[in-house]
Every structure is written in C-alpha cells, then in structure tokens.
Write a protein that binds this ligand. Structure first.
Ligand code: SF4
Ligand code: SF4
Length: 192
C-alpha cells in the first residue's frame, strides 16, 4: 500500500529514538554520566547516540587488530622474536624488514638487531601474527597513528613496535590464556 514503507521507516526511527533512552536507563548510571572516557557500546546495545571522539572512545572487541606489535617478556626482558623471518615472508604487501643479529664471530644468532614495519603499507591482515611460531608478533589495538610525515614517522622500528607481554595479555585476555595453556602443555610434553 502506498505510504506503508514510509510509516514503517518512521516506526523504526521512533523505536531507535526511544531505545536510546531505554538503553541509558538499563545502563544506569548512563553511559554519559561521570568522567568521559571509554564508552561500552557492544553489539547488543540499541538506540542512537554519538560518541564524542576523541574524548570518548568505543570499547574495542578483543579481535580488533591494527598494526603489529612485538612481544617482550616482562620478567626476563627478552624479546620473543627469533628473527626467523617467517612473518616477513608471509606479509602480503612485504612491509616487514628484519636484520638478524650476529655474534662476535659474525655467525647469525636468533634475535633481531633491527625490525621495521611500514605502517603506511601494512593492511592489518594479521597474517604475520597467525604464522609466527613463537607468539612473538601480535596485532596491537592502537589506532591513533596519524602523522604529518609518512616517512619516517610511519615506519616503526623495533623499540617502537615492542610492548610487554602483560600489555598483550590485557588486550587479548582470552587468546592469551589459551596460548599460555598451549605453551605450558607443550613444555610439559617436552620435559617428559
Ligand atoms: S616475529 Fe615471529 S615470525 Fe617474525 S621473525 Fe620474529 S619469531 Fe619469526
Ligand atoms: S598485518 Fe599483514 S600487512 Fe601488516 S605486517 Fe602483518 S602480515 Fe604484513
């Protein structure tokens, strides 16, 4: 019937409008109450509202990924990366450069002396993290990377890419727990 679609459309808009307030009541104190900061807007939330970015930000889901990060052990201060080069090989746009360290006799050793990622080329596919056999590279949630100069600002070196394992554990609690369990099981099997 002529006009039925328009009426339905208004109905949807009206429902979303009402949901904005109903959702706020459900979340008392309201998502706007108190200090500004991270706003918890999950997929189950309804209603229409604006996040006042950058003062407010959405809670990011665990699976969110942006630019990779390298992991360093909190206690030992050792980097997990062994400079095996697998991540650089699988990276589709080839934006990872690694230089393996050498001992005093010039023999290669299993750690990188340099590690670069060109964030202006990285497409956040996460393949480097998927393929790393040492859980040494993971995807960071940090997305505020805007810079006036693409080079060298967006080419991150080893120190800029490195974070502590505890930081990773906080971003990816489920994944971290699973990985640690798998690592512990593997270590136990090896010791038998
Ligand atoms: S991050 Fe992982 S895959 Fe890449 S070089 Fe280091 S150990 Fe190898
Ligand atoms: S996320 Fe993808 S594009 Fe970015 S460095 Fe890793 S493999 Fe390369």
């Amino acid at each position: 019937m002529f006009g039925l679609g328009v009426v339905k459309g208004f109905g949807v808009t009206l429902k979303r409008f009402a949901d904005t307030y109903i959702d706020d009541v459900k979340k008392i104190p309201s998502r706007y109450a108190g200090q500004r900061g991270v706003i918890d807007q999950g997929p189950e939330d309804t209603g229409i509202f604006t996040i006042q970015y950058p003062e407010e930000k959405r809670t990011l889901p665990e699976r969110f990924r942006y630019i990779p990060m390298l992991l360093r052990d909190d206690e030992t201060g050792e980097d997990r990366c062994t400079a095996c080069g697998i991540c650089a090989k699988v990276c589709p746009p080839q934006c990872i450069w690694i230089v393996r360290d050498k001992d005093e006799n010039g023999r290669p050793i299993t750690r990188p002396t340099e590690f670069y990622i060109d964030a202006s080329i990285c497409m956040s596919c996460g393949l480097c993290a998927e393929f790393c056999p040492f859980d040494a590279i993971k995807m960071n949630h940090e997305y505020e990377l805007a810079a006036f100069d693409r080079y060298p600002k967006l080419v991150y070196d080893k120190e800029e890419l490195t974070v502590l394992v505890s930081y990773y554990a906080k971003l990816y609690p489920t994944q971290y727990t699973e990985e640690e369990k798998a690592r512990a099981d593997k270590a136990e099997k090896k010791s038998k």
